[in-house]
Write a protein that binds this ligand. Structure first.
Ligand code: MN
Length: 210
């Protein structure tokens, strides 16, 4: 099966649906320009490598050590950009929600309380120096953990599986929140798609399908 060429995945909601927390103009630029560029650059990197065009995005990122050196960095950066952004956009929703069920129990077990988790997550997102992401993952030991990744690195090489994730590149918030990342994190936290996060939490505990 060919995964190539990779396509721009449409937003699962309208560009203005996350207002007033994330503005329509940011969503247009973020999705139509930034993500589209990662898609284009990933496809360009793989253009002359038909043997890699059968690899899934996850395989390309997880087994990046096996890629030809000439395209390895381009695939990590641009493939990571595609993977991380697809995750980020799907993990937001105009319908406000809260964690429940198994995921809420696991958050309480690991972090003491939901409030304590939110405080830790925000502090960790504020601590990303430069561009990157903060994630709630199931780590290689099967435990919930908050981790940061730099640039467009994904959590896949950490043998981790993402439950929620925030893009803290300035392009994600600068038009509305200017330099105040803390305000963006607070607004983002109101539109996390927790039902989607719970699905992630369940599927993260199953054997990989890629
Ligand atoms: Mn971004």
């Amino acid at each position: 099966m060919n995964h190539y060429p990779f396509q721009l995945v449409p937003l699962p909601y309208a560009y203005n649906a996350l207002e007033p927390y994330i503005d329509e103009k940011t969503m247009h630029l973020h999705h139509d320009k930034h993500l589209q560029t990662y898609v284009n650059n990933l496809n360009a990197a793989l253009k002359d490598y038909p043997q890699l065009q059968t690899w899934s995005l996850e395989q390309l990122l997880y087994y990046s050590d096996m890629l030809p050196e000439q395209i390895r960095t381009a695939v990590i950066n641009n493939g990571g950009g595609v993977y991380n952004h697809n995750f980020y956009f799907a993990n937001l929703s105009p319908t406000q929600s809260n964690p429940t069920g198994e995921l809420l129990n696991a958050i309480n077990d690991q972090f003491g309380s939901l409030d304590n988790f939110k405080t830790k997550f925000k502090a960790q997102a504020l601590s990303v120096f430069g561009s990157g992401y903060t994630w709630l993952v199931i780590n290689k030991d099967g435990k919930l953990e908050i981790v940061n990744t730099k640039n467009q690195d994904t959590v896949l090489p950490l043998n981790s599986c993402a439950v929620i994730g925030i893009d803290v590149w300035e392009h994600a918030y600068y038009l509305k929140h200017y330099n105040v990342r803390a305000d963006y994190i607070d607004d983002w936290s109101k539109i996390v798609n927790w039902p989607q996060a719970e699905q992630n939490y369940v599927s993260c505990q199953k054997p990989r399908t890629w």
